[in-house]
Ligand binder design. Structure first.
Ligand code: NAP
Length: 313
């Protein structure tokens, strides 16, 4: 454990997958003198108190942020504006205010107008996650070797950016800085569109009349299963992501539809060469991701293999 705290008091608004993982990792690394958290419902707040990971569970967002040096909103993107308005009068002068939202342009637009000039606003997005949500889903290792993108508005105090960078680095992340618009374009293709495609395919399979639902489930290892993992992601979070990153997602969807038409044409015309060339190119992208350590090359995504049993004698 690294025992030098970067912040005296850290307030986490929201304690789900991301808030819970930050709390666990910050505690393990000794990054905060005190960690205070809160959540929307009394049920989650009670569960967080029971887990005993943080120093204190506050009843309200306003109470949580009081005297905090770092405040991180770990809540759905659509809730960031109203919560910024709610906490603004209670922020300590010089506090760093951040978030973890998967969309940055809309979050900056919704939060910035409410925050006092005495606070430093440094939006962030840890590009790490699972399909699970809620207070029990977090784990301290979530951010290790994953990217965290910071999108500080022009003119942000560089020392506030450096302190947040140091915090995320000690949670295990690699930190990159970019503009909110660029972030939203990159994430539209690397995260938002794949989720939309997974939600579509799983929905389509569900509606297929000629294939029974037991067949869809039994034969899912043919590829469908990997889409179902993504399509099991939190509905509130993803509704907000698509509403908030509408323009970039629609632009990427336009390009995607053109490419899908090209592959459709190749299949219709029996153009094996075009299909082979395309699949060879995409295979190289997968190899590149494994080579830089952003995924494992373990067969079948590292799922445990069952042993073959001997033929009965
Ligand atoms: P989650 O597991 O569903 O947790 C969300 C938390 O926010 C819950 O504790 C919820 O409280 C709380 N909350 C909601 N509205 C609130 C409000 N108005 N005031 C206070 N607390 C409120 O969600 P998550 O997966 O951690 O996602 C949180 C954020 O991280 C989202 O913006 C998402 O875009 C971003 N993100 C997610 C991932 C991912 O893979 N999941 C990855 C990177 C970034 P209750 O439990 O009481 O409702």
């Amino acid at each position: 454990m690294n025992a030098t705290p970067i912040f005296k008091k850290v307030a986490l608004i929201g304690f789900g997958l991301i808030g819970g993982s930050i709390a666990r990792a910050a505690r393990a690394q000794g990054l905060a003198g005190e960690i205070v958290t809160t959540a929307h419902s009394a049920k989650t707040r009670a569960r967080v108190a029971e887990l005993g990971i943080v120093d204190r569970v506050a009843e309200t967002n306003a109470e949580a942020v009081r005297d905090a040096d770092l405040v991180i909103l770990c809540i759905p993107v659509g809730a960031c504006g109203p919560v910024a308005r709610e906490i603004a009068p209670h922020l300590k002068a010089g506090a760093i205010v951040s978030d973890v939202g998967s969309v940055k342009g809309a979050v900056v637009r919704d939060m910035a107008p409410h925050l006092p000039a005495s606070a430093h606003f440094v939006p962030a997005h840890p590009v790490a996650g699972t399909e699970h949500s809620g207070p029990d889903s977090g784990f301290a290792e979530l951010f290790i070797n994953r990217w965290c993108i910071l999108t500080p508005p022009q003119g942000t105090d560089p020392s506030a950016v450096d302190r947040l960078r140091a915090f995320w680095t000690r949670l295990g992340a690699r930190v990159e800085i970019m503009t909110p618009d660029h972030h939203d374009m990159v994430l539209a293709i690397t995260s938002h569109l794949p989720h939309l495609i997974a939600y579509t395919i799983v929905g389509t399979a569900d509606e297929l009349g000629q294939v029974t639902s037991s067949e869809v489930i039994n034969f899912s290892a043919g590829g469908f299963r990997d889409f179902t993992r993504i399509a099991a992601s939190d509905p509130t979070m993803w509704r907000d992501v698509f509403l908030a990153n509408k323009d970039a997602v629609l632009e990427m969807l336009g390009t995607f539809n053109e490419d899908l038409s090209k592959l459709t044409r190749a299949i219709r015309r029996g153009d094996g060469e075009a299909l082979f060339e395309h699949f060879t190119r995409t295979r190289a992208i997968r190899r590149g991701i494994v080579d830089i350590g952003q995924d494992s090359a373990a067969p079948d995504f590292g799922r445990p293999l069952a042993n073959l049993t001997k033929e009965p004698e």
